[in-house]
Write a protein that binds this ligand. Structure first.
Ligand code: ARG
Length: 733
């Protein structure tokens, strides 16, 4: 069928060149974007490469920020206003909400600077420059053995980075690309006084909930608004009421001219992680073991939280942010497994790897796939167990906290005269305790604890059960594993001082090692100190796997890079700044169906279910809809909500600007589509789409529903309708 022909052709292509240039695939490094320029121009890009990235003059890169390290944002006014996604600002809104003043549910727009809400802990980073430091790193690696390689890379990277940031107010880091075959230095400026300016009610910002998440057609107003503040000299500074809105080097104008199929579109931001060179062995491990385990363990947490969240508003507000983020990747892993199988990615990679082996000139490369096979075979029997550590055993935060207390207390008693150290410890502890208290729920956490241990007992091969599991079942047995672990949970909750946040706070404020040693919660948790757990129960399985796999990955990429030295290639995403370009584009999810590129408010209201947790809508939206009050944001009698484009993005790109050929903001990227959930491992041109909220819908919410003219007036809005211009041209002819 069509897909098959396509993918085989694609394979031959990929085999020769690695991941090479195609219209829409690719997360390109901004400083090398000149290489893509001719192709971008053909697709409708009107600016120059220097307009996108320049170290010497203001360029679009200066309007793009890493938002909190987990999302992307863009500067949209001369006063440092930031647009990002609703789900990126979710935690900021949730932690500023109470049952009485519930901005998560009702939305919030500051009508003046003084109403903006400082968000502690949040930061944005501006990229100053990127520099290729491969020769420096490679020189340091000469003669270094495989086992020392990773630590040597870390050492020299740190040295280069501190050299670059010394004596400046910037920070720097060296990141590897192409599996440690090349190295880049990134220099950033970090701002920490970030304030919440606006967010729609979550019924708009998260409309469709988990049901619509990762799916097209979509109708979600996934945006929120923040502002960067700086000191009197426009420099980064810690929060201070007297700080001023930051004056940026560059900000993006906002287009309300609209989008249509085949328009040029570009996404500029911070994609987190892709694994496009993962071998068939890695795909098999993901679909067979790791993904199903993650899904099962997240299901346990989500069910227990939901049961409590449905009981009252306070609990819902308290748990909703962690619920949303765990649910997001719960559905992601379901989708990734389904699509890897549907698109036969394992089989594709096998074919590709067989060809790699048969044409390899060097014996190292000829044996590479066999070595991958052996490496994965040694790891596979432990994969479920290893996935259980972070996703299960450590998923109740008290265990993670308590597991560290022994080490912490002893270094505190050693360094009790070191005032700086003690102050740092105090601050860290208070942050950890605040976070813990904010998300703790006794009923849910206890259920989760017992259910995860039960699942562990049943799913992890008995021969791998740690001694403490056996001890628990021997001492607390109650007829079944389920009742036994419930019984054990009851015992811990009744007797430990390390679980209830209030008791825990009291306990750590007066550290006592011998009390700690006697605490039953500590006796359990000390088994789970993350480093020791692996060593004690799994020996070197995990570290051996990581070392061997990194070495093989490094060689695999080396081979690919050697194949065609002039080919245009992009490295896997690694949370560094990238540009992806392509077009607004429709797609066919299956035979007989083509999805439009845009959705509109009629479709949104058609999904409306009064009072529903996922599909409710605020009265203000329904009223404006009834009057069809779309103002200049409407088009053809309706209001556009979301659109799709073939840009190559992944998690971390959330909130990224979607930019048209003139460098104007046409939307905010917020999601991917179900048919391409395998995209982080294999890009499929037929299916992979970026889902964005149309800038017109964003502005309509702020203006018409929020009445925040102050925000609208800050923006540089580009209004000339393309449709009107075009009809004039045709008439002249
Ligand atoms: N899937 C989106 C992403 O990872 C997040 C969407 C958030 N919305 C939600 N219903 N959980 O970027």
């Amino acid at each position: 069928m069509k897909i098959k022909i396509f993918s085989i052709a694609f394979l031959a292509f990929i085999f020769l060149n690695g991941i090479t240039v195609k219209a829409d695939e690719g997360m390109w490094l901004p400083m090398l974007i000149g290489k893509n320029y001719e192709q971008m121009k053909k697709q409708g890009f009107k600016l120059t490469p220097e307009d996108l990235y320049s170290v010497n003059k203001a360029s679009i890169k200066d309007a793009i920020v890493s938002f909190g390290g987990f999302c992307t944002g863009e500067i949209v006014s001369k006063n440092g206003l930031i647009f990002t996604n609703h789900h990126c600002g979710y935690d900021a809104a949730a932690s500023n909400s109470t049952a009485q003043n519930n901005i998560l549910d009702s939305g919030f727009y500051a009508k003046s600077f003084t109403e903006e809400k400082p968000i502690s802990g949040l930061f944005v980073r501006f990229l100053v420059r990127i520099e290729d430091v491969t020769p420096k790193v490679m020189a340091a690696l000469a003669g270094v053995t495989d086992n020392q390689r990773a630590s040597k890379i870390a050492e020299i990277s740190k040295q280069i980075a501190s050299g670059a940031s010394a004596g400046t107010d910037s920070e720097a880091e060296v990141r590897d690309i192409y599996k440690a075959n090349q190295f880049l230095l990134f220099v950033y400026n970090r701002f920490t006084d970030i304030r919440l300016v606006g967010i729609p009610p979550q019924s708009i910002g998260k409309f469709g909930g988990d049901t619509d998440n990762w799916e097209w057609p979509r109708h979600t107003g996934d945006f929120s608004i923040f502002r960067v503040y700086a000191d009197a000299n426009n420099k980064a500074a810690v929060y201070n009421v007297n700080n001023k809105p930051y004056t940026p080097k560059k900000y993006l104008p906002v287009s309300i001219k609209g989008v249509k199929n085949n328009d040029f579109s570009m996404v500029y931001g911070y994609p987190g992680r892709t694994d496009r060179y993962l071998t068939s062995y890695g795909v098999a491990l993901a679909t067979g073991k790791t993904n199903p385990t993650i899904v099962k363990l997240r299901d346990i947490r989500l069910k227990a939280w939901k049961e409590e969240m449905d009981k009252n508003v306070d609990t819902r507000l308290k748990l909703s942010s962690q619920y949303a983020s765990i649910a997001n990747y719960w559905k992601y892993f379901i989708g990734q497994t389904e699509q890897l199988k549907r698109l036969k990615i394992y089989e594709e990679k096998q074919t590709q790897e067989a060809k790699f082996t048969s044409t390899a000139k060097d014996s190292v490369y000829r044996n590479l796939m066999q070595n991958y096979k052996t490496t994965y075979a040694a790891y596979e029997p432990f994969a479920v167990h290893i996935t259980y550590i972070n996703e299960g055993l450590l998923a109740t935060p008290w265990v993670r906290n308590a597991s560290q207390l022994g080490g912490l207390f002893s270094s505190m008693s050693e360094k009790k005269d070191d005032a700086a150290y003690m102050a740092q410890v105090k601050e860290n502890m208070s942050n950890v305790l605040d976070d813990y208290q904010q998300t703790y729920n006794e009923i849910a956490d206890k259920k989760i604890f017992a259910r995860i241990l039960t699942a562990f007992y049943n799913d992890v091969s008995k021969s791998q059960h740690p001694k403490f599991i056996t001890l628990i079942t021997e001492n607390y047995w109650k007829g079944s594993p389920e009742e036994t672990f419930k019984n054990y949970a009851d015992y811990l909750w009744a007797n430990s001082k390390l679980i209830d946040p209030v008791k825990l706070r009291a306990f750590v404020s007066n550290p006592n090692m011998s009390e700690l040693e006697k605490d039953p919660g500590y006796m359990y948790a000390k088994n789970l100190n993350p480093q020791d757990y692996v060593k004690n129960n799994l020996g070197s399985v995990s570290t051996d796997f990581i070392t061997q796999k990194s070495r093989l990955d490094n060689l695999y990429l080396k081979a690919i890079l050697e194949t065609n030295k002039t080919a245009l290639r992009y490295p896997d995403a690694n949370s560094t700044m990238r540009i992806s370009y392509g077009q607004v584009q429709n797609y066919s999810p299956k035979d007989g169906i083509t999805y439009n590129v845009t959705t509109n408010i009629d479709g949104m209201v058609a999904k409306y279910k009064k009072g529903d947790q996922e599909f409710d809508l605020p009265q203000s939206l329904l009223d404006a809809y009834k009057k069809r009050d779309f103002r200049e944001y409407g088009e053809n009698g309706t209001l556009p909500v979301n659109f799709i484009s073939n840009n190559d993005i992944t998690g971390g790109n959330s909130g990224s600007p979607v930019i048209n050929g003139n460098g104007e903001l046409i939307g905010l990227a917020f999601d991917g589509n179900w048919e391409a959930m395998s995209g982080d491992i294999a890009f499929d041109k037929n299916y992979k789409r970026t889902i964005s909220v149309d800038s017109r819908f964003v502005l309509w919410c702020i203006d018409v529903l929020g009445g925040a003219k102050n925000i609208i007036n800050e923006l540089d809005i580009r209004r000339d309708k393309i449709a009107v211009d075009k009809s004039k041209l045709i008439m002249k002819k």
